[in-house]
Design a protein around this ligand. Structure first.
Ligand code: LMR
Length: 335
């Protein structure tokens, strides 16, 4: 039997009212912010994310909820920015090395031996040049909300690495960065771009010979258990940019955006504190495990790595900008 006109209009009215109710209740629901990252919770980034979740719950819990997805549970860094543009994730803090598809400028932070310590990194990031980089991806729909430290990187490997020649012919996992690719090629090693979630297995099965990470990632992801040598090289930086999508961010009510930004700043300060405090702690835990030999370079040995890798700066000078490189280098104390 065909439905009558009256039955059809009733169905239409019911559907319309369901829609209105749905919209109204959705407006009352708290805004959900999915924060996706790839590291363990007991790392600077893991702690920053949890601190943000706590601050948001305390201060605006009725309006916003932060859901944190660590350990690549939701997205790996190869997908997270696309997911953000599609509205599937609202916050992330990928390594500065992972924005190559969106801007060439951030490759600056990958240049080997650019920063002597985290104080120099802070000075540069807080400078006008550093702050400008936060908006370098706005045309691509991504807004940088701040920088977060992980720390300076060390090499780990199956064989002792004292001088650049020791790395020749070895396979190293790298993040998806052309600068890091050039850095390993400069010492005749083979760089392989692989997701962070695969590094442990690649090392364990000896599909690769080594990797580079700050102490916190090497410890929390247990790389040291399958790498007999770590060279304390402090040759490069692993730092993050906390990012959101322009569409999401600009769509927030002004007062909420301000409150949220304040909470993010506070969580970043906390994460940076964790980065500084935990660095030596994780190094010590690795020493205490007795599973890995930590190689300390003499100043002459370190100078050889610098000499071998420094030509990478020139290779990327046009893309990054010579003035930007000079400004970052000038943030070291001695310059
Ligand atoms: C890596 O891929 O090695 C890092 O970006 C992981 C991280 O987020 O610290």
């Amino acid at each position: 039997m065909k439905p009558t006109l009256a039955a059809l209009s009733l169905a239409a009215i019911t559907a319309a009212s369901t829609l209105v109710t749905g919209t109204a209740s959705a407006a009352d629901d708290p805004i959900v912010i999915k924060f996706s990252h790839v590291v363990a919770e007991n790392t600077p980034k893991g702690q920053m994310a949890l601190k943000l979740q706590e601050l948001v719950e305390e201060r605006m819990g009725d309006r916003v909820v932060v859901e944190v997805y660590p350990n690549s549970q939701l997205f790996g860094d190869d997908k997270v920015l696309e997911a953000m543009q599609l509205g599937d994730v609202q916050l992330a803090a990928p390594a500065l090395s992972k924005f190559g598809r969106y801007t060439k400028k951030l490759a600056l932070f990958d240049l080997p031996f650019l920063f002597e310590d985290l104080d120099a990194v802070d000075r540069f990031q807080q400078s006008e040049d550093g702050q400008e980089l936060l908006s370098s991806m706005e045309k691509k729909g991504l807004i940088g909300l701040g920088y977060l430290h992980s720390g300076l990187k060390q090499f780990s490997s199956n064989e002792p690495l004292r001088v650049p020649e020791d790395a020749a012919g070895m396979k190293f996992r790298i993040m998806s960065s052309e600068v890091l690719e050039a850095q390993f090629k400069a010492v005749d090693a083979t760089p392989l771009k692989k997701p962070f979630s695969e590094v442990f297995t690649l090392l364990q099965t000896r599909a690769i010979d080594g990797q580079e990470s700050p102490w916190s990632n090497t410890y929390t992801k247990k790389f040291f258990e399958v790498q007999p040598y770590i060279t304390e090289s402090n040759h490069g930086l692993l730092d993050y940019m906390v990012v959101t999508s322009a569409e999401f961010w600009n769509g927030l009510p002004d007062d909420l955006r301000d409150e949220l930004k304040a909470a993010i700043d506070e969580a970043v300060t906390y994460g940076n504190q964790v980065a500084r405090e935990k660095d030596l702690d994780y190094r010590q835990k690795i020493v205490d495990s007795g599973r890995t030999e930590i190689i300390t370079l003499t100043p002459e040995e370190r100078a050889q790595w610098l000499q071998a890798m420094k030509p990478v700066w020139e290779e990327f000078e046009d893309e990054i900008g010579a003035e930007l490189i000079d400004a970052a280098y000038a943030s070291n104390r001695g310059n």
